[in-house]
Design a protein around this ligand. Structure first.
Ligand SMILES: NC(=O)c1ccc[n+]([C@@H]2O[C@H](COP(=O)([O-])OP(=O)(O)OC[C@H]3O[C@@H](n4cnc5c(N)ncnc54)[C@H](OP(=O)(O)O)[C@@H]3O)[C@@H](O)[C@H]2O)c1
Length: 273
């Protein structure tokens, strides 16, 4: 059983949503934290709360992970703090929702930068030190979206398929080094993921970020290489997608996303947010 107490965990996307929940759960388990996201004020506010509630060190590094130079900048800042990262929790993520052709290109490109490029950049920079020390962990937050093409979330699901494939391959490459790598696949989780758009999640089908965070960390502690930290049917859906022809799966997910209204999504006016 992995013990988080007195280890140092770097959590990306810790300013809100699942990342904030991971940070809270890790602090309650005694881990020291490095919190990364763009929203420096939110990170500092969370850091203050965690220091007050738990005997842990919490540092903040504000970074825009869509900038290709950011993984190196984050790792340099970690070095300046004199820290070794024992657990890298690659959680930061974003996606574009709606018909691919009629939605702006930029969020699609940004999601590749954040969900894929920054994630592999941080792994490439931090994992060698873990291997050298003979211990460490990496948790990459993918999604149930990783297991099948998803019309109206086309590029988002593709980034998560990348994370799934990359994580499974890396786990095999580092097997036996003392470093463990796990992918976590939450289903719909009650966060602000769709906040800037008219898309919504069905509240009857969402899990809470706190539950998802706790289950992910339990699974990693138990030595799992894959985690489905949400409700049971998420795992069933992932397996069903492997059994059916991929065109049939795309039809089914397309129908489900049309029913959710994702084929008709617009951005909310930033002034109203
Ligand atoms: N919610 C779901 O239903 C769900 C389901 C499966 C998987 N996931 C995955 O869970 C992870 C967390 O998502 P969430 O639902 O918690 O979304 P969220 O509430 O929107 O939070 C996203 C986090 O990522 C950070 N982030 C976004 N763009 C960034 C950038 N350019 N640079 C640095 N940080 C950035 C945000 O911080 P700043 O805005 O402060 O930068 C925020 O802390 C993502 O990888 C997502 O794909 C979510």
């Amino acid at each position: 059983m992995h013990d988080y107490a007195n280890t140092t965990a770097l959590v990306t996307g810790a300013s809100k949503g699942l990342g904030e929940a991971y940070a809270r759960e890790l602090a309650s388990r005694g881990a020291h934290l490095v919190l990364v996201a763009r929203s420096a004020d939110a990170l500092h506010a969370l850091a203050g709360q965690l220091r007050k509630a738990h005997s842990v060190r919490v540092d903040v590094i504000a970074a825009d992970l869509s900038d290709r130079r950011s993984p190196q900048a984050v790792v340099d800042a970690v070095g300046e703090l004199g820290l070794d990262v024992d657990l890298l929790l690659n959680n930061a993520g974003m996606g574009s929702v709606g018909p691919f052709l009629s939605r702006p290109l930029e969020p699609n490109l940004q999601s590749v930068d954040v969900n894929v490029t920054a994630l592999i950049g941080l792994v490439h920079l931090l994992a060698p030190g873990m291997v050298e020390r003979g211990r460490g962990g990496i948790v990459n937050v993918a999604s149930t979206a990783a297991f099948q093409p998803m019309p109206y979330q086309a590029s988002y699901a593709a980034t998560k398929a990348f994370v799934l494939s990359f994580t499974e391959a890396l786990a095999e490459e580092v097997r036996g080094t003392g470093v463990r790598v796990m992918a976590a696949h939450p289903g719909a989780t009650d966060t602000g993921f769709f906040d800037r758009t008219t898309a919504t999640m069905d509240p009857r089908a969402t899990d809470t970020p706190a539950d998802v965070a706790a289950r992910t960390l339990d699974d990693f502690a138990r030595g799992r290489s894959i985690s489905f930290p949400g409700r049971a049917y998420n795992r069933v859906g992932a397996w069903a997608a492997r059994l059916l022809p991929r065109t049939a799966v795309a039809r089914v997910t397309g129908n489900l996303n049309r029913r959710a209204g994702f084929d008709d999504v617009s951005d909310l006016d930033p002034a109203t947010l």
